[in-house]
Design a protein around this ligand. Structure first.
Ligand code: E4P
Length: 218
């Protein structure tokens, strides 16, 4: 499974990239607003920090205006991909960008039918939001299972399933067990993925025992 980080906080991105576990970055208008910085400045900096795809989301809601924004963002760096909402205008823009060779991430996907339409529109990635479905009392992971199964029935589909709105480490595990292509993970959840009390206890014991090895500190 590939790991993207879901944030516009460049310090967090730098930290994860330095560990070498990062395949890409997703942002959205809310995350950009939270950064308190200009959109272009943030995206350009992120693209310098990470080699993989960096999602920059359009805010227009009409196809032509989306395409204007998309082409502008795509000119900022080679690894920018365009995040488009899963509405008819967004899928029309997706079709055009796909023909132009510009990568896309179709976002705000909440059903398998929407994911099938995104694939048909040539999306590079589709982003089902599982945490927001969980919030409504649904089982968000069921959507991932359905999309993965539906896509597997059509080997010509190249769209990758990018699991979004991840809230805890178990979401990542379950997405991987279902065969999703990518998880986009908030920084706090990445931190938790590293953690296991037995790792800390084990390391502490190894280091304590090492002190008793003759000549260990020579
Ligand atoms: C995905 O690309 C979105 O940025 C993100 O995962 C949304 O997550 P949220 O539901 O926690 O806002």
């Amino acid at each position: 499974m590939k790991f993207f980080i879901d944030t516009a906080d460049t310090d967090e991105i730098r930290k994860a990239a330095a560990i070498g576990v990062l395949d890409g970055v997703t942002t959205n208008p809310s995350l950009i607003a939270k950064s308190g910085r200009k959109f272009k400045d943030v995206i350009v900096e992120i693209c310098e920090l990470v080699d993989g795809p960096v999602s920059a989301e359009v805010t227009a809601v009409e196809t032509e205006a989306m395409l204007d924004e998309a082409r502008e963002y795509a000119s900022w760096a080679d690894n920018v991909i365009i995040k488009l909402p899963l509405i008819p205008a967004g899928l029309r823009a997706c079709n055009t960008l796909s023909e132009e060779g510009i990568g896309t991430n179709v976002t705000l996907c909440f059903s398998t039918n929407q994911a099938l339409l995104a694939a048909r529109a040539g999306a590079t990635y589709v982003s089902p939001f599982i945490g927001r479905l969980d919030d409504l009392g649904h089982e968000g992971m069921d959507l991932i299972a359905e999309i993965v199964t539906a896509y597997e029935n059509y080997p010509n589909i190249e769209t990758e399933v990018l699991v979004a709105s991840i809230r805890h480490p178990r979401h990542v595990t379950e997405a991987a067990l279902l065969g999703a292509d990518v998880s986009t993970v908030p920084p706090a959840v990445i931190d938790k993925m590293f953690k296991h009390p037995m790792t800390d206890i084990g390391l502490e014991k190894f280091l304590a025992d090492w002190e008793n090895v003759p000549g260990a500190d020579d």
